[in-house]
Ligand binder design. Structure first.
Ligand SMILES: [Mg+2]
Length: 382
């Protein structure tokens, strides 16, 4: 079998005003994603998802990765990595960042193909399920009046979610009031995470981590700029709240730097960014060796979610998986059979590969070929 084509499919959906959320990453007025379709000469194809700037992903796939991969055996995934990254790709697009994001999407598609060829689901390729259901926490609490956030949090608890995550990283006093209000509403045993999206300085981060520890926060996520590993190590030592990092790290190297320097308690790789299923296995093995639990970051679309659910079902040291529960038709409408959350759990498909098919009507409706528009983000980040 040979790879005949590697296609990118860019999708975009605007978010109505009442569904728009504001975090330290800016105001989100649309959801966008890039699907990857790897086609072969015997008709089997694989689907993947790459989470990053679609225009850049499209160029890297078309100019660098596709020319390297066409004609290769799609099930020889390590051989493909050798060509697409270790010997060839990274010299073109760098050792991390958007090139690895594009390759992540291709890698997911290759595992989809491998599962279809062997007639087994991806979780089976990963060694089989260690859990039938994947417990999730909901990410959907953004800064608002504390009692309002608390009420919304309680709605997620009622739906069976095992935890909720609150966006912080703004005004520290307000952040603390919100975290306390949610804790009071949900009782002392419910899992409450906090996520600063790199919004704090080290001094404010230490104060936040101390205050969140008093409120029983499960973790403080991305407190500081992601390249400041030393700062995370200091904060971890002095703040008392466990530190979670990973949605903006790539490849095993990025995670290894944090783990070996004692800068992180939980890692959160994103399969559509960090290097696909192949690299996530290596990252998870490294984390397991150092007793650092893994909680997958999910954001983009139904395809990325499917890959994350297979991984979470199959890898031993995973704890609660993130489920982005903000407005996102690319998660809800893109698959022929969308994921259903049942009592806070997701279940991987038992069909071959990722076990998903795309909804063609939704694909046409969300298809997008224009320039990425960053103006609103620019405005809100300033
Ligand atoms: Mg986050």
């Amino acid at each position: 079998m040979k790879i005949t084509d590697v296609k990118t499919i860019r999708l975009r959906a605007s978010i109505p005003t009442d569904g728009q959320v504001f975090s330290r990453s800016g105001l989100r007025t649309m959801r966008s994603t890039t699907l990857i379709k790897v086609e072969t000469d015997d008709g089997i194809y694989g689907l993947g998802s790459a989470s990053g700037n679609g225009e850049l992903i499209e160029v890297i796939v078309a100019r660098t990765l596709k020319p390297l991969l066409v004609g290769m055996e799609p099930t020889a995934i390590d051989d493909i990595w050798d060509t697409a990254y270790y010997r060839g790709g990274h010299k073109e697009f760098g050792t991390r960042g958007i090139g690895v994001v594009a390759l992540s999407g291709i890698d997911i598609a290759l595992w989809d193909i491998l599962g279809k060829v062997r007639g087994v689901p991806v979780y089976q390729l990963l060694g089989g399920k260690v859990r039938d259901k994947v417990p999730c926490y909901a990410t959907a609490l953004y800064p608002e009046e504390p009692s309002k956030v608390a009420r919304r949090a309680s709605g997620f608890a009622d739906q069976g979610f095992k935890g909720v995550k609150i966006k912080v990283g703004f005004d520290l006093d307000q952040d603390i009031r919100i975290v306390r209000a949610v804790r009071q509403e949900l009782g002392k045993d419910f899992i409450v995470m906090t996520d600063a999206n790199q919004g704090y300085s080290i001094d404010v981060g230490i104060k936040a981590a101390q205050a969140f520890a008093d409120a029983g926060a499960f973790w403080l996520e991305e407190p500081l700029f992601v390249e400041d590993i030393e700062g995370h190590a200091i904060l971890r030592e002095r703040g008392n709240t466990p530190i979670a990092v990973g949605e903006n790290l790539h490849m095993t190297y990025g995670f290894e730097n944090f783990i070996l320097r004692g800068a992180v308690d939980f890692i959160q790789p994103d399969v559509a960014r960090a290097g696909g299923i192949t690299e996530i296995r290596k990252i998870s093995a490294l984390a397991a060796k150092h007793k650092v639990p893994v909680s997958f970051h999910t954001w983009g679309d139904g395809v990325a979610l499917a890959a994350s659910v297979h991984l979470s079902a199959a890898l031993q040291d995973c704890i609660l998986m993130e489920l982005d529960y903000t407005y996102n038709p690319l998660r809800e409408e893109l698959l022929k059979v969308p994921f259903k959350v049942d009592d806070g759990d997701l279940t991987p498909s038992d069909l071959p590969g990722l076990g998903i098919e795309l909804n063609e009507e939704a694909l046409h409706r969300f298809a997008f070929a224009g320039a990425e528009d960053l103006t609103i983000r620019q405005k809100t980040l300033r």
